[in-house]
Design a protein around this ligand. Structure first.
Ligand SMILES: O=C(CO)COP(=O)(O)O
Length: 252
């Protein structure tokens, strides 16, 4: 059966001290409790080298982005091998905020995915339509194209390492969640697109997360859908007490 994951994307929030305290808080809330999902925390990259390995028995860690280059004169960039030299085991790639504010398109994202895989990191690859694409009815094609253009050069073996995250841009940080039916419709279509290229078994094993105003109140309904395998959580991951109910949504 495919893996269920609840992932935190802290984005550009928390000072170092606040971040370390939040990791400790999340860890403590899991004391004496075994989640029915993997709990993945993606803080700003500069935290990663300082995270104590003791947390890794309950939490996994990841970065929010990596460079498309391996090393060299790219001031301010952080490479996949650098990330992989810390506790991190995963990296978010193609978040809509990177696509929008840093002009990241499929060609660049394909290179980032290659870098991550080469370094032994699991890419959490984000896709999602904008509001006008939802409204004009092209959202299925838009998202299918994002998946194909950045990922379909991969071998079966490499594609099997990809975690997908469907994050409708209109639902991110807006308080407007996709309904569970809207998420299910999209996730099922993504799985179909993957199956057409990589076969049913790889598609059935592919974890597809939902992201966009996911919180404790709506997570149980979203995660109950057959093709929704967890969440990629922004705002509600910034406090342990708000994050825990999302993790617990898999207990229901
Ligand atoms: O972008 C997101 C996670 O990557 C979702 O953010 P919010 O949960 O704040 O809407």
């Amino acid at each position: 059966m495919r893996k269920h994951i609840v992932a935190a994307n802290w984005k550009m929030n928390k000072t170092f001290q606040e971040g370390m305290a939040l990791i400790e808080d999340v860890y403590k809330t899991l004391d004496g409790y075994k989640p029915n999902c993997e709990v993945l925390i993606c803080p700003p990259s500069y935290f990663l080298g300082a995270i104590d390995k003791k947390y890794c028995d309950k939490l996994t860690f990841g970065a929010q982005d990596c460079s498309e280059h391996t090393s060299g004169a790219y001031t301010g960039e952080i490479s996949a091998p650098m990330i992989a030299s810390t506790v991190a085991k995963a990296v978010i790639i193609g978040h809509s905020e990177r696509r929008a504010y840093h002009n990241e398109g499929s060609e660049m994202l394909a290179k980032k995915v290659d870098q991550a895989l080469e370094a032994g990191l699991r890419p959490v690859f984000c896709v999602g339509e904008k509001l006008d694409q939802r409204e004009d009815g092209t959202y299925m094609e838009v998202v299918a194209k994002q998946v194909k253009d950045a990922l379909f050069h991969l071998s079966d073996k490499d594609f099997a390492k990809i975690i997908l995250a469907y994050e409708p841009v209109w639902a991110i940080g807006t308080g407007k969640t996709a309904s569970a039916d809207q998420a299910q419709e999209m996730h099922a279509n993504i799985r179909k697109v993957v199956a057409e290229k990589y076969g049913q078994e790889i598609a059935d094993n592919c974890t597809i997360l939902y992201g966009g105003s996911c919180k404790g109140e709506n997570a149980p309904e979203l995660f109950a859908k057959p093709d929704v395998d967890g969440g990629l959580i922004g705002g509600a991951s910034l406090e342990a007490s708000k994050f825990l109910p999302i993790i617990k949504a898999f207990d229901k």
